[in-house]
Design a protein around this ligand. Sequence first.
Ligand code: NAD
Ligand code: MG
Length: 387
Amino acid sequence: MASNKRIAILGSTGSIGKSALNVVKNLSGVEAWAISGMSQTELLKQQVREFSPRFVVAAGEDAQPPIDPAEFSNDGATELLTGPQGLIQIACAPEVDIVLAAIVGFAGLESALAAVKCGKQLALANKETLVVAGHLITSLAKESGTQILPVDSEHSAIFQAMLSGQRKEVSKVILTASGGPFLSAPKESLSAVTVEQALDHPTWQMGKKISIDSATMMNKALEIIEAKWLFGLTADQIEVVIHPQSLVHSMVTFADQSTIAQISPPDMRLPIQYAFTWPERVPGPAPAMDWSEACQLDFMPPDFDRFPALRLGFEVAEQGGSAGAVVNAANEAAVDAFLKSELSFTDIVTACREVLEHHNFEAHPSFEQLVAADRWAREEISRWIAA
Ligand code: NAD
Ligand code: MG
C-alpha cells in the first residue's frame, strides 16, 4: 500500500473493535487514527496508550464518574471528544480514509450514516444499520460514490466470492450458519434456556447481543436482510444452510450452477483486514487452514420450526420499508430483557413477530420515521413484557 490508511474505529472496546486493533497492530500501512468506546473507560485509556490515536471518543454522555480529559491525553498526542457528536466528528474527519462501524445495534446507525454521507469508505460490522436503514445507506453510498465493505464474515465471504463472476450472473447466495449452541436441542427444551447457555457459542467469541442473536438465529435473519441490501438481491435469491464447523463462511452460485465458497478458520480478523486492505490482499494475523489434519465440512438445511426467526428474516427482507427498523428494535429490546431475565428465550422471537405484525407499515420511511418506528417497537416490547 502506498501511504498509511487512517482508520476511525467506532466501537474499539468491543469484540470487533479489539480484533480490529489487533489487525492494525499486525499490519503495516494502516493506522488507528481515532477510536471510540462507551462504558469501558479503563480499556479505552489502555488503547489510547497503546495506539496513540489522534482522537478518542468517550461516547457515553452520562459517564460516572465524569470523564477527565487529562487521563486520555497520552502526553498531549490524543484529544478527547465526548457523546454522539464526537462519533460523527471522527466519522467525517477529512484525515480519515476508512470508518469501521463496530458499534452494536441501532446506536451505531447515525455515525455509520454520517460516514457514508461524508464519502468515507465504510467497513461495516454493524449489520443493524443495514437492517434498519438499508435503503438510505445504499442510496447515500451511490450518491457519494463510496464503497461499503462488509465485515460480517458471511457477507465478506459473499463479497469475495462475487469477484468470480459478474453481478448479473449471480443466481443465489448461500449464507452459512453455525446453528449456535442449540443446533440439536429439542424444541421443548428451548423455553428454559438460561442466559449463560445462550451466551456459550460453539465457534465464535462475540459481544453479548450478537451471541444471543446467534442462539435464536435472529442473527441469520438480520444477515438475510443485510445481504439483500448489500448485494441488491431479492429474498428468494438468498438461502440459509447450517454448517456447524464455521469454516465455509458463505457461498455464491452463478447462472451456470457453479458455487464459489470462501473458507478460513473462524477468526474475524480476516474479514476486518480485507475491509481495510481491499482491493489488495496482504499477509496478516489471521490463522491459516491446517489441511494436514483431517477435517469435515457438514451442511444441512435449517429447521424453520425450531428457529422461527429465520422465516421472520425472509419476510422482513421481502417487505422492506419500515419492517427492518421494527423487527430490529423489537429484537434489541427483547434481547436486553432476556439478558435481565425478564423474558424467556423463546419469547424473544415470538415477541418480535407480534410487534412486527402490529406496526403501521411505511414503504419509504425517512430517517425520522425510522427513529420513530424504533422507539415505538421498543415501547411495544415493554408493554408485551408487562402484559
Ligand atoms: P460488543 O458489544 O462487543 O461491542 C460493542 C461496541 O459498541 C463497544 O465498543 C461499545 O462500547 C460500543 N457501544 C455500545 N453501545 C454504544 C452506544 N450507545 N454508543 C456508542 N458506542 C456504543 O459488540 P460486537 O460483538 O463487537 O459487535 C459489534 C457489531 O458488529 C454488531 O453490530 C454485531 O452484530 C457485528 N458483528 C460482530 C461480530 C463478532 O464476531 N463480534 C461478527 C459479525 C458482526
Ligand atoms: Mg455473521
